[in-house]
Design a protein around this ligand. Structure first.
Ligand code: GRF
Length: 206
């Protein structure tokens, strides 16, 4: 199966998950290719990283724009690039219902908790306050309800007695960098298999 799924990575900030996805692409030749890195923050560090990898970028500030109107602009750009799947990677902006419906089942997100626990922000501090033994990260499909779509993959990280939100966040982030490329690769492989009518076939590689 030589074909690759064209993925748009949407970012707003430092872009360490984007870097992990691009690095994995370079080293392991997964079933995805990064067709575009798009951002609602033109000065996002992740865009600099994307260019270093030679990836096409697009950015436009959302400021002063209506949410649906901004999303229509993003949508048009992704379609222009023949994007098939969207990977949110620190995209700090809620998507409009219209956009989510248009890309139903084709938007993935990485979230820094073991969903369904700790949806939303400030996940590590909340997990520590609750006295959890484990934190972690989840890759899930995006639906209209925040952080509530089907979970595709998770990775657990043990909480150590001396952890604070910062030390825990660093270890969870390292786990994210392992998990997201693998989950996206598997998801794209399934898409390609279904397209080929090969669902359920075992891929022995080439
Ligand atoms: C990550 O912790 C991710 O789980 C969350 O936003 C953060 C993005 O970090 N959705 P980065 O921009 O990929 O470094």
């Amino acid at each position: 199966m030589a074909e690759r799924v064209r993925v748009a990575v949407l970012i707003s900030g430092r872009g360490s998950n984007l870097e992990a996805l691009a690095e994995h692409k370079r080293k392991a030749d997964p079933y995805y290719e990064i067709a575009i890195v798009a951002s609602n923050v033109p000065e996002a560090r992740g865009l600099v990283l994307a260019r270093r990898f030679g990836l096409p970028t697009w950015s436009h500030s959302h400021k002063g724009m209506d949410r649906a109107e901004f999303d229509r602009m993003v949508d048009a750009e992704l379609r222009r690039r023949d994007v098939e799947v969207i990977a949110l990677a620190g995209y700090m902006r809620l998507l409009s219902a219209e956009f989510i419906r248009a890309w139903d089942g084709r938007i993935l997100n990485i979230h820094p908790s073991l969903l369904p626990q700790y949806k939303g922000l400030d996940t590590h501090r909340r997990a520590l306050l609750a006295g959890e033994d484990y934190a972690g990260c989840s890759v899930h499909l995006v639906t209209e309800e925040l952080d509530s779509g089907p979970v595709l993959a998770q990775s657990r990280v043990r909480i150590e007695p001396r952890d604070d939100a910062e030390t825990l966040a660093a270890r969870v982030l390292a786990a994210e960098h392992e998990l997201y490329p693998r989950a996206l690769d598997e998801y794209c492989w399934i898409l390609l298999s279904e397209r080929d009518g090969r669902a359920g076939a075992i891929d022995v590689g080439t």
